[in-house]
Design a protein around this ligand. Sequence first.
Ligand code: PGA
Length: 240
Amino acid sequence: MFKIIVVENYDEASREAFKVMKEVIDSNERPVLGLATGSTPIGLYKKMMADHKTGTSYKKCITFNLDEYIGLPKTHEQTYYTFMHDNLFNGLDIPEENIHIPVGDSANVPAECIKYEEAMKEYHIDIQLLGIGGNGHIGFNEPGTPFDTLTHIVDLQEKTRQDNARFFEHIDEVPTQAITMGIATIMKSKKVLLIATGENKADAIYGMIKGPVSEACPASALQNHNDVVVIVDKAAASKL
Ligand code: PGA
């Protein structure tokens, strides 16, 4: 079930998302947060860091990130480990042992996927934050991903590698694989908070909410989740 909140702009989207996130954090003894990378959550993360600066502790939070590149050392500037520390964790007081990000330079990546899924079984995710790709992807679950997948290894599509090449010196350095929570993993979270702004997300938002439930639009799986808050600006909502 979708609760759709239409806002004017990105800043308002971040403000509304912060309210939803904060409510979950305040109402749980041990909030388990599923987090995401990309440009969309940065505004929300800034609000969480500002909240911490004014005295709120985030110590009791446990976090699980959606995905990570395979093959880059953890401290490489383009890993999601680095992104999350630069854009959120360094500005909060969550103990490092409470932070979970798939280990993309593990010697045994398939075992890492199983271990990650097991860890999430122990801590049921209270709120999973998501962005959405222009093609409807969530995490690195591209169109065609079966809905029953758990945390798994994906081969990155050439288009995704090209999109991300701007962050690397050369396209050859862009990883070819990633670890991602699967759609079935995402569906297990108690609540989903999906933020999308900009016209280039309008087709994906339409597909997610009004399209058929189909692997062609991975986000359409969320039609079968009972608690999804969607925060969209007018441009992203324009095709609804
Ligand atoms: P973005 O990416 O937040 O950078 O738009 C979202 C996504 O591709 O999931």
